[in-house]
Design a protein around this ligand. Structure first.
Ligand code: HEM
Length: 210
């Protein structure tokens, strides 16, 4: 993972150059952003693995995830997919709008209201999957202990991000709100990864929950 991080930063140097050479083409901007999110995810995984090494004695002896083959394990994967789709369609909204590079940069050919609706549809789908997850984990002590906190954290960040999303949409996408929206999108994604990570744990050590 450390090697991936170093290689990824090198890759970003190249993509960054392509962004400039192509006159801030939205596709190269999107690639730059998605590779950044991937690197953030890798960094997050590195930190979690490092803390698991500290907890090896508690967690390692049982390799099977505690929630393996339970419906909640599949639902958490769906949550990850719908969140990823919300993030990806967000980049298409930006690529079609006023912040897709400078004034002369080409734009994606999507009508703003249409692509913004598709983007928010994935957000609402994520909200629905989240509500189902919260219902399901109520029925299992293990699932509740592993997932309640990460799911609540995810819900909070998602609500905040959704509010910013509507606010910026209905106020003509002011740049300072867009900046908050872009930054928080990384937090939303990392919270989703955190839920996924927690669903893959093989034991319930109290220290993991703290
Ligand atoms: C709650 C989960 C949400 C996530 C994870 C999310 C994520 C994103 C991302 C990643 C971008 C593109 C950033 C970039 O390309 O640099 C974006 C742009 C955008 N999002 Fe969202 N978004 C969410 C909710 C919403 C909602 C509910 C709306 C309401 C319509 C919305 C409206 C927009 C708009 C208008 C843009 C384009 C802003 C611009 O660059 O001009 N978002 N979003």
């Amino acid at each position: 993972m450390s090697v991936v991080l170093v290689a990824g930063v090198m890759l970003q140097v190249i993509i960054g150059a392509i962004v400039v050479w192509t006159g801030l083409n939205p596709f190269s901007n999107i690639a730059h952003f998605l590779v950044s999110i991937f690197l953030m995810t890798t960094a997050y995984m590195l930190v979690r693995h490092a803390s698991i090494v500290r907890l090896t004695e508690e967690v390692a002896p049982r390799r099977e995830p505690l929630l393996k083959d339970r419906p909640i394990a599949s639902i958490v994967k769906i949550l990850l997919v719908t969140t990823g789709a919300a993030v990806f369609t967000g980049t298409l909204v930006t690529g079609s709008g006023p912040h897709a590079g400078d004034e002369t940069a080409v734009r994606l050919d999507f009508a703003m209201p249409v692509i913004a609706r598709i983007h928010s549809a994935f957000v609402w789908l994520t909200v629905a999957v989240l509500l189902v997850s919260l219902q399901i984990i109520k029925k299992s002590v293990d699932a509740r202990r592993l997932l309640m906190r990460p799911l609540k954290r995810f819900a909070l960040v998602l609500i905040f991000q959704g509010a910013i999303g509507y606010w910026q949409y209905f106020s003509g996408v002011p740049i300072w709100l867009v900046a908050i929206h872009v930054a928080t999108s990384v937090a939303v994604w990392l919270c989703a990864i955190d839920v996924y990570w927690s669903s893959r744990l093989s034991a319930l050590p109290n220290s993991v929950l703290d």
